[in-house]
Design a protein around this ligand. Structure first.
Ligand code: GRF
Length: 211
């Protein structure tokens, strides 16, 4: 039996290509039992907001500076999430830390994508091209993408799916980012499909994918 339909809020700060890949997988029926009901961004210029609007998905700009405190900001976000009956949060290039109030309300129902193989090359400050720069500087022969559950610590939540790519000695940061982005676009929809089908089982920090 399928679990309740995933009513997804996507949080995105930038271009929004992962959001687009997920939306496409839903629209073409690769992911069933899931809908994106809302997109939230902290950046008025985010491509993700444009993509949402052109697909008729509510797209909201929510910025910390418009609120008197972190707590007031978190409470406002929680109210919005509630008003759209969101039951699952997908972070797709969202550059702000998620408030503890939101993490505890959506515990085990928030996922993130990281453009490297966690637990390596993750943590505070490891985002965007800095990740690929660090991988190349370390002469790591592989990198990749990781989908993980979000908890209170940056990039530390249980790992759901990973896929690797080879790093060649002449890879540039941009080239590596591009290689990894193309696997992100496969991996993120795949992870959401597994959640929507109720096939992700979490036991403590251990994720099992049910057949
Ligand atoms: C991706 O590389 C993702 O791994 C990272 O931020 C980037 C977002 O890209 N967290 P996009 O906005 O989805 O195109």
């Amino acid at each position: 039996m399928l679990p309740d339909e995933l009513k997804i809020a996507v949080f995105a700060s930038g271009r929004g290509s992962n959001f687009e890949a997920i939306l496409n997988a839903i629209q073409t029926g690769k992911i069933r039992n899931a809908r994106i009901v809302l997109v939230i961004s902290n950046n008025a210029e985010a491509g993700a907001l444009t993509v949402a609007r052109s697909n008729g998905i509510p797209a909201l700009l929510k910025q910390r500076n418009d609120f008197s405190s972190e707590k007031a900001f978190a409470e406002a976000l929680l109210r919005v999430l509630e008003s759209y009956s969101v039951n699952f949060i997908v972070l797709a290039g969202y550059l702000k830390k998620i408030a503890p109030e939101i993490i505890s309300r959506f515990r085990d129902h928030i996922i993130n994508i990281h453009p490297a193989l966690l637990p390596a090359f993750g943590g505070k400050g490891m985002y965007g091209h800095l990740v690929h720069q660090a991988v190349i500087a370390a002469r790591s022969p592989i990198s990749g993408a990781t989908i993980h559950l979000v908890d209170e610590e940056y990039d530390k939540g249980p790992i759901v799916l990973q896929k690797s790519v080879k790093v060649s000695p002449d890879d540039t940061e941009e080239g590596l980012a591009e290689k990894i982005l193309s696997i992100e676009h496969e991996l993120y929809p795949e992870a959401i499909r597994l959640f929507a089908e109720g096939r992700i089982h979490l036991d403590g920090r251990h994720v099992t994918i049910m057949k």
